[in-house]
Design a protein around this ligand. Structure first.
Ligand SMILES: Cc1cc2nc3c(=O)[nH]c(=O)nc-3n(C[C@H](O)[C@H](O)[C@H](O)COP(=O)(O)OP(=O)(O)OC[C@H]3O[C@@H](n4cnc5c(N)ncnc54)[C@H](O)[C@@H]3O)c2cc1C
Length: 419
């Protein structure tokens, strides 16, 4: 028993990418970590397309080799096609400036999350699957947790600090604050897996392909193996209220059928999993940390998946939270004040990507994005952000600003065209 009388220095609630990253980073720094996960892995999760900047996180966690050996599909870029057009904009990660390794992966999340969680275990984390956190009591010098196993038997543990990595549940974050929804990003997502979908040849066979719709919705095609393709539709809430059908199956069939470029790819395809529906609203937690707690990943914020940023944000957040907690344990300050910097960085990173996501739903942004002019190095700067670059250099930031200035001009141009 340590001097504090804690059973563990840290408890992490949730074994997704955010939780396992925080837990691994802390265990590798010699901390005693308990991780509670209510499911038994492998378990299904949406969020399959990864970004090159996650490679840096894998390396920091020492899990890069295990990921490379897991047999995931290699991804080198993302393509976007507007309705009724033969022109395609390709984000080729090899062109992304400041990006050390441009190749990333498309992953079956049940497998990917399990690789990360088993790595946490190997690093010394006490991982308890099928253990659900029921309650946390915050005291001045500790946190007392009450949790239940699959049979309902309850246990307790006293820890120094808690990481809320419970995903959208946000079990602690919602207790001390709320998930504040973004009025500009209210979409729903419906998805399923298919076999028999034709794909590109060679290096681009593993890329994500996206087809945009006139109502600003879009469809994704993500190759998950040599034969399986994840197919999903992200539809604005307003369109879904008008067009949505009785069941998820019918709605998905409808959105695929009325997006001709997608429908053409599915002529010979066979759906192999039931359609699932997700409310896909973006949000930010009003508080991401407090006395003896920190929220990471979807517990802290969720951003529309158009640029596949979710897992990167969760894992990088897990690393940053681990650093803040380690410092707090060292100095003996685990109060909200100790996590101010963590929260400020997490918010900045979120807004950095949100600007692009909001842009994608703006016709003026799409016009420019689909105009493949590679001037002033703007393309390399934009693709760098799409590769996950959350800390661009001053020069890259300037190019991004220039791009958004052009978008603003284009917006004015569109107004004149309409008038
Ligand atoms: C439609 C859609 C498409 C997406 N596509 C992509 C994509 O292509 N690429 C990408 O990077 N991201 C994508 N995302 C986002 C991505 O899925 C998430 O951002 C990511 O999974 C967040 O990881 P996390 O660890 O924070 O949470 P999660 O992965 O959700 O993990 C949270 C864990 O907490 C556990 N838990 C919850 N409550 C408790 C409790 N009380 N006790 C114990 N355990 C608990 C859960 O069982 C779960 O395993 C997508 C999301 C949606 C909705």
């Amino acid at each position: 028993m340590a001097v504090h009388g804690w059973d563990f220095d840290v408890a992490v609630v949730g074994g997704g990418p955010g939780g396992s990253s925080a837990a691994t980073a802390l265990a590798r720094r010699g901390k005693r970590v308990l991780l509670l996960e209510r499911e038994r892995f492998p378990r299904f999760h949406i969020g399959e397309s990864q970004l090159p900047w996650s490679n840096e996180v894998f390396r920091t966690l020492g899990v890069d080799q295990a990921i490379a050996e897991a047999g995931f599909v290699k991804k080198w870029g993302a393509s976007f096609r507007p309705p009724g057009s033969t022109k395609e904009q390709y984000a080729d990660f090899s062109a992304a400036v400041e990006t050390p390794t441009p190749q990333t992966f498309q992953v079956l999340r049940e497998r990917f999350d399990e690789v990360l969680l088993r790595h946490s275990q190997r690093c010394g984390v006490d991982v308890r699957e099928e253990h659900r956190l029921l309650d946390a009591t915050f005291e001045p010098d500790s946190v007392s947790l009450r949790f239940a196993d699959a049979g309902g038997a309850e246990q307790t543990a006293r820890v120094g600090v808690v990481v809320d990595a419970s995903g959208r549940t946000g079990i602690i974050a919602k207790r001390f604050g709320q998930h504040e929804y973004d009025p500009l990003l209210r979409n729903i997502a419906i998805h399923a897996q298919y076999e028999g979908v034709p794909r590109a040849e060679g290096r681009r066979a593993g890329d994500i392909r996206m087809f945009t719709r006139d109502d600003m919705g879009w469809l994704w095609f993500i190759p998950l193996s040599d034969t399986v393709m994840s197919v999903g539709a992200v539809i604005p809430k307003a369109s879904h209220q008008r067009e949505g059908k009785q069941t998820a199956e019918e709605s998905l069939a409808h959105y695929l059928a009325c997006t001709p470029l997608a429908a053409a790819l599915l002529v010979q395809a066979r759906q192999i999993t039931p359609a699932r529906i997700d409310v896909d609203y973006s949000y930010l937690a009003t508080r991401m940390a407090g006395d003896r707690w920190v929220a990471v990943g979807d517990a802290a914020a969720f951003l529309d998946p158009i640029f596949s940023t979710g897992v990167l944000l969760a894992m990088q957040g897990g690393l940053d939270a681990a650093e803040a907690i380690e410092s707090g344990l060292r100095t003996g300050d685990l109060s909200a004040r100790a996590f101010t910097r963590y929260e400020s960085i997490a918010r900045k990173r979120y807004h950095h990507f949100r600007r692009f996501v909001i842009g994608f739903y703006d016709p003026a942004f799409r016009d420019l994005w689909f105009t493949p002019k590679k001037v002033f190095g703007i393309y390399g700067a934009i693709v760098s952000v799409l590769a996950g670059n959350w800390r661009p250099s001053v020069l890259t930031r300037a190019k991004i600003r220039l791009f958004f200035a052009l978008v603003a001009l284009r917006r004015v141009g569109r107004r004149f065209e309409k008038a």
